[in-house]
Design a protein around this ligand. Sequence first.
Ligand SMILES: Nc1ncnc2c1ncn2[C@@H]1O[C@H](COP(=O)(O)OP(=O)(O)OP(=O)(O)O)[C@@H](O)[C@H]1O
Length: 234
Amino acid sequence: MALRLEQLHLRLGDFTLDADFEVPARARVAVIGPSGAGKSTLLAAIAGFLKPESGRILWEGRDITALPPGKRPLSILFQDNNLFPHLTARQNAALGIRPSLRLSDEEWARVDTALARVGLAGLGDRRPAALSGGQQGRVALARMLLRRRSLMLLDEPFAALGPALKADMLDLVAEIVEAEGMTALLVSHDPEDARRFAPLTVVVAEGRAAPPAPTEALLGNPPPALAAYLGNGA
Ligand SMILES: Nc1ncnc2c1ncn2[C@@H]1O[C@H](COP(=O)(O)OP(=O)(O)OP(=O)(O)O)[C@@H](O)[C@H]1O
């Protein structure tokens, strides 16, 4: 097992969320559920931005509950790509290796390889303003790749893109996660994202994050809390 949430109990004001499950190594998992159900809260706890009230978070058997965010074996991709407007695509990606940007020739070569990998070969000298939304997402993805962390947390990173572009990006992330042997959790409102990206899905609803279940079976025969959320659209 890669990630284990052990009797995790989270609290934000009056809101509480419980989780007690494991995520297999190299899995791609969607995290879906109604707005306000606690999807982002769950990711925040795994990332180390929210201290659990009780319970533990283990990565490959090691207790990481007390580790600060930067020391955890994971990287995060949010919707706002957090690119620096004054830096080029190449420099923004290179932040994944070292924030000082003092990189060896070999490290710059790794940056260029990562940019090529996400389809940005030849665009490295552009600043974010000269890139499309999808291309900016690709820069953020290259930076994430260069961090070389084993767990990828994605919180609706491509929600602002059109459906075709979003599908392309999800396919690219899935391909990278698979090739690099990473484990990925993707928060989304859209069950189609789960179908496209994730063989397993965690449903967050009614104060609980349920253990990962096979996506197709879950969406085909949803439990009541999920059925209410999916409505007739699924
Ligand atoms: N700082 C806070 N203090 C108290 N309650 C909070 C705080 N931040 C969020 N909440 C509450 O925690 C709950 C979970 O929020 P969270 O953002 O995790 O939900 P979500 O499932 O990611 O929602 P969405 O899909 O709309 O992004 C919500 O009911 C929200 O109102």
